[in-house]
Design a protein around this ligand. Structure first.
Ligand code: FEO
Ligand code: CA
Ligand code: CA
Ligand code: CA
Length: 662
């Protein structure tokens, strides 16, 4: 079932035009022959390729020339038997593995450690418990040596809140009318959002919450600061913050990032839906921003009791203070999180941090909405020298947006005030304008519209970069990197930066996987489809709506789904061996890596968030919103239980203690 943000992201707010699919494919494939009516064929063609030379063909061997070494395994990376599909109300993992729920919504983690009372906890109690809708997550090890594998901080986002669940404790509860909505209700919802930092310890094989001093909840009301070029900008000023330098809280925290200097990045995604537009009289700039970012809707009814979420002509700028990436130091529980404006304002999915060859920090980021863009930030100086000088490496640098060309090459276009069309006459009088109005700037410079770019992942062994484009059923036109119209099941794009340098300004790209029912297969879900869907997968590996994406240190690419599946199956997690591919066989999923289904979640959930301990022998995966649209009792799976379904983490181990997936 669609998550609340799904419908929202399905609506294009981008007025720029794309070209027709056939035109693109013709120009990209040149002399290659297309089968008539071959949308499906063309998509597989793009991924597999057959002839010619150039960047595309370099990428056909994209995952074959991995250089092995450094103590990493040299053979196949996958050693488990793939599981089948499942519609059971449980987490299914391969034979020889165990999955155990941990830290469900409402688990007390600090303060008075208030017990979970579904629907009955106060706002103050919720702020001392795990929030709802677990999403992106990182494990920060504590201790030295082998202790690092059984002791650490789990830091995770709480993306959203279903008000029925939060306020009544049941997905089928009855909410009061708007006239009876209270400030306490809004405060409880706001406390269910944000980020949780929890110390966990493995005691004789069982992971437990440590009542430690580092445990912390960050919510929609936690004081934060703005840093970087947009700090103090006129578009960030409000009545409550006339300086435009400080802001209360973060919400709709989707996925995340983690820096080499030990901090956590939390990404604000569908912030727009928490505001209500009150009245009229907005100037053209505010109208343009609210339109392009889709501000409005008051999805969680916060505007009923918190004036901050009412957008008025007298106080129009509060929405501009969201849509950022915030940095949190998990080891300093009293530190103030910083919203890093240099990373741009969009519907941020995740933020993958790597280092360029020159030592500068590089952050890859997707903007999850149909026809929005892929970005990267490159720091101005080596990040180690910035840290040594007490400066943030994330405050000074250049934001770029991706342009994918039909011939398999690509460019990163800088978003710099005064360059190209980013002039005062076009509404960009300073760099703050560019960063607050990132989407509008990216359109002006000719970025490539994507099919909802979600997580980005980097294979640390090859430096290749991957992004999930989850789906796009509302578009009517295509481009080479997003070739299907409609794109019901999504795809994964892969690219390699020039000279494998993440700081490079050009790259070559290809499609790694076109999701769906598989080569020659007809989707069975939804029923009634009669055509193959253009997927290049093996039918046994069928999946749709790829979203979460993460490469472990060995180059296993973990793929998590959220949304429509082409087969009757709950949302799932698969893993691809990026070091090994099967021999090419005509008519099959030529060129694909070995992909295996590793996990299927309970009913009505999405799978999102995955991380491991440093020894790769414990994996943490998040199960978000079980029971959405279809009844579930997970994780309290006692048949007589009346407990509501709850988002939770699952801890996955191999019964023989081995590396996960190997
Ligand atoms: Fe929060 Fe785009 O998923
Ligand atoms: Ca979600
Ligand atoms: Ca997501
Ligand atoms: Ca999604």
């Amino acid at each position: 079932m669609p998550t609340p943000e799904y419908t929202d992201e399905d609506a294009s707010l981008n007025p720029s035009r794309e070209r027709r699919f056939q035109e693109i494919v013709s120009s990209r494939l040149g002399r290659r022959t297309l089968v008539a009516g071959g949308l499906a064929t063309a998509a597989g063609f793009l991924a597999a390729g057959t002839s010619g030379a150039g960047p595309l063909d370099d990428l056909l061997d994209l995952d074959l020339d991995i250089s092995l070494g450094g103590g990493r395994p040299s053979g196949p990376l996958l050693g488990f038997t793939a599981i089948g599909t499942s519609q059971a109300d449980t987490v299914v993992v391969p034979a020889g593995y165990t999955a155990t729920p941990l830290l469900p919504w409402g688990t007390p983690i600090l303060g008075d450690y208030p017990a979970f009372r579904p629907g009955a906890n106060t706002a103050a109690e919720q702020a001392q418990q795990m929030g709802t809708e677990h999403d992106g997550m990182h494990f920060f090890p504590l201790g030295l040596g082998r202790a690092r594998n059984r002791h650490g901080l789990l830091v995770m986002n709480h993306e959203a809140a279903d008000e029925k669940l939060v306020q009544t404790g049941s997905l089928t509860g009855t909410l009061p009318p708007d006239s009876a909505w209270t400030a306490e209700m809004v405060a409880k919802s706001q406390a269910a959002h944000g980020v949780a930092i929890v110390e966990v310890f493995n005691e004789n094989g069982e992971w437990k919450v440590v009542r430690g001093k580092l445990n912390r909840r960050i919510t929609a009301n936690t004081p934060m600061k703005f840093t970087g070029p947009a700090r103090g900008h006129r578009l960030l000023k409000t009545m409550a913050d006339p300086n435009g330098t400080s802001v209360l809280g973060t919400f709709n925290n989707c996925a995340h990032g983690y820096t080499p200097w030990g901090t956590y990045l939390t990404c604000e995604e569908n912030f727009n839906g928490y505001f209500r537009i009150d009245g009229s009289g907005f100037n053209a700039e505010t109208s343009g921003l609210t339109t392009r970012y889709g501000v409005g809707g008051d999805r969680n009814k916060w505007a009923l009791a918190d004036p901050r979420f009412r957008v008025t002509s007298a106080n129009p700028n509060e929405p501009n203070r969201f849509g950022w990436v915030a940095e949190i130091d998990p080891l300093k529980p009293n530190s103030t999180p910083n919203k890093r404006t240099a990373l741009g304002r969009l519907k941020h999915e995740n933020a993958v941090v790597v280092t360029a060859k020159g030592g500068e920090v590089v952050v890859y980021m997707g903007d999850d909405q149909v026809n929005e863009y892929l970005y990267k930030f490159v720091g101005r100086r080596p990040w180690r020298s910035e840290i040594a000088r007490g400066r943030s490496p994330l405050d000074d640098g250049t934001l770029y947006v991706a342009k994918f060309s039909d011939d398999g090459s690509g460019q990163w276009i800088p978003l710099i005030q005064g360059q190209g069309p980013l002039t005062a006459a076009n509404g960009f009088a300073d760099e703050g304008d560019v960063l607050i109005k990132t989407r509008l700037a990216a359109t002006l410079v000719g970025a490539t519209p994507m099919d909802r770019p979600e997580w980005v992942a980097v294979n640390p062994r090859t430096s290749r970069v991957y992004v999930t484009c989850t789906n796009n059923t509302s578009k009517t036109v295509a481009n080479a990197a997003n070739p299907r119209v409609p794109n019901r099941y999504g795809h994964i794009v892969c690219w390699e930066e020039n000279k494998k340098d993440h700081g490079a300004l050009s790259f070559v790209w290809n499609l790694l996987a076109v999701a769906g029912a598989g080569v020659g297969a007809v989707p069975t879900n939804p029923p009634g489809q009669t055509l193959p869907d253009g997927s290049n997968l093996n039918p046994a590996d069928a999946f749709g709506s790829p979203d979460g994406l993460w490469s472990d240190d060995d180059g296993r690419l973990w793929i998590q789904t959220d949304g429509a599946q082409p087969i009757a199956c709950n949302n799932q997690m698969l893993v691809a061996d990026l070091a090994n591919r099967p021999a090419a066989t005509p008519g099959t999923a030529t060129g694909l890596p070995d992909i295996r289904r590793f996990l299927v979640g309970p009913k009505g959930c999405e799978i999102t968030g995955v991380i491991e301990t440093p020894d790769q022998r414990t994996m943490f995966v998040n199960i978000q919103h079980p029971g959405e649209g279809v009844p579930s009792t997970w994780p309290d799976s006692n048949p007589s239980s009346t407990a509501p379904p709850r988002s939770a983490t699952v801890v996955i181990t191999r019964n023989d203690g081995g590396v996960i997936g190997s």
